[in-house]
Design a protein around this ligand. Sequence first.
Ligand SMILES: Nc1ncnc2c1ncn2[C@@H]1O[C@H](COP(=O)(O)OP(=O)(O)OP(=O)(O)O)[C@@H](O)[C@H]1O
Length: 373
Amino acid sequence: MIEAVGLTKRYGTTTAVYNLSFQVRPGAVTGFLGPNGAGKSTTMRMILGLDNPTSGTVTVGGRPFRQAPNAAREVGALLDAKAVHGGRTARNHLLALAQLSGIPARRVDEVLGVVGLQDVAKRRSKGFSLGMGQRLGIAAALLGDPKVLLFDEPVNGLDPEGIHWVRNLMKALAAEGRTIFVSSHLMSEMALTADHLIVIGRGQLLADMGVRDFIAANSAGFARVRIPEDEPEQREKLSGVLAEAGAQVMPEPDGALRVMGLPLPRISDLAHGAGVRLWELSPHQASLEEAYMRMTQSAVDFRSTQDEKAGLMEQQPYGELRMPDAPAGGGWYAPPRPGENPYAGPPPAAVTASQVPKSPKSEPAPTTSEDPR
Ligand SMILES: Nc1ncnc2c1ncn2[C@@H]1O[C@H](COP(=O)(O)OP(=O)(O)OP(=O)(O)O)[C@@H](O)[C@H]1O
């Protein structure tokens, strides 16, 4: 297990990680999510003893990484796939790492087979594609057959087949009881790979929960209801009936209604009872990527000046990270209306990180109310 308690890292005036506490448990793939510059790599470097925390602690298997007697056999990591001696062949690169850690040479051939690089084992790695480099980095992480594995953006540069392979490899390693901690800035990828999510923004914890809980809390379902365009009074009538039955009803740009809070058969019955003809009654789901974007939008450090979201959200100070308020109804992050810019509009109401919905099984979220300045 990996455990961070109050982890903070400052580089001069930059606070890369602030008061981060979490646990990464064995037997599961834990996704470490956050936008660019959120502090994922810094956190991973601190876990691996490559950077010292300014304050707080992080342990692997109950002790700091540097105190592990044979670290390479306990923890494997892929941080930067390009950090290889390009003049060495793939096999020699792995052989050198194996010799440093007392790992037998036959294990090198095993891991080359696992990552599918056996045919290019005698080629110099400087000629490798990004994807081959990632596979070599994963092979290096697996060398010591470690119980704990850290992967920083492992699918970067991989083609769909490679992404699929990494996804299955992570799941297989977790199924063997290992602790798998994998960073990404892509919610869509993590939704398919991870069992548990730790989401950070500007170095602070935004969410620590199971993927299923995250999906349930964020993928608000809704129905689209369309009635004949030349019957606006019927539309008004239906809106009133649905609202009276407890639904949240919002108009859509094309004249349809977005209805949240009632199942489709009930909507159909209410329309029938009110004598309103329906042209469309369809179920919809807000995308998880959209929920993640909404969660992290105020925590994005770097944006292109072309980014339509740039400047729309005020930068928030550490310890006061807020998440945008949900539109009326539909759970934590109700989807924006089609065609509506979800990032425009008035500034959001304050919601502190400690109010993030929690999985019943997960630990209580640490609060980040202290202002370090
Ligand atoms: N050695 C360093 N010196 C100064 N600032 C640093 C250093 N390393 C990281 N930072 C800063 O700390 C913050 C977090 O960076 P980090 O690389 O950990 O984020 P990240 O979530 O891994 O981002 P990305 O997805 O872009 O890799 C950024 O503002 C970054 O510029």
